[in-house]
Design a protein around this ligand. Sequence first.
Ligand code: FES
Ligand code: FES
Length: 159
Amino acid sequence: MTPTSIALEVNGERVEAQVLPRLNLADFLREHLQLTGTHVGCEHGVCGACTVRVDGEIVRACLMLAMQADGGTIETIEGLSDSGEVADLQDAFRNRNALQCGYCTPGMLIAAQDLLKQNADPSREQIREHLSGNYCRCTGYQAIIDAVESTARSRRGRA
Ligand code: FES
Ligand code: FES
């Protein structure tokens, strides 16, 4: 197969690369750009470990080809973390023991931030629903819901 040229923005930086047509976005981010915070679990679009933002929307990077991201704007957990956008969520996850092995955490944080951008005062049910596509094998989810709920509360307090 012949490699194709792509150009995109990743975490605010322009990236140009040659990719094989079958390469998915998750593998591109991890292997070509060493952005290993994007985790790969199921590779079938089920677990949410590979969640990233593409043009402002959350997507499963294992279900998207790198070629399809050509011309797009990608944000990974490294970008959201470096900019401080999810610093309070990360603190809440830490304080509430909402992570153990941490495998699901980058995807959880990106999905939770997506919810909090849309809804500043989500119910526990809405948090559960929004994160229902992100699997966690360790925590039993309650601590994650607590962390997102407390972040929403403190953001409202600051607003
Ligand atoms: S690795 Fe992409 S959804 Fe599981
Ligand atoms: S903390 Fe281990 S999978 Fe969620």
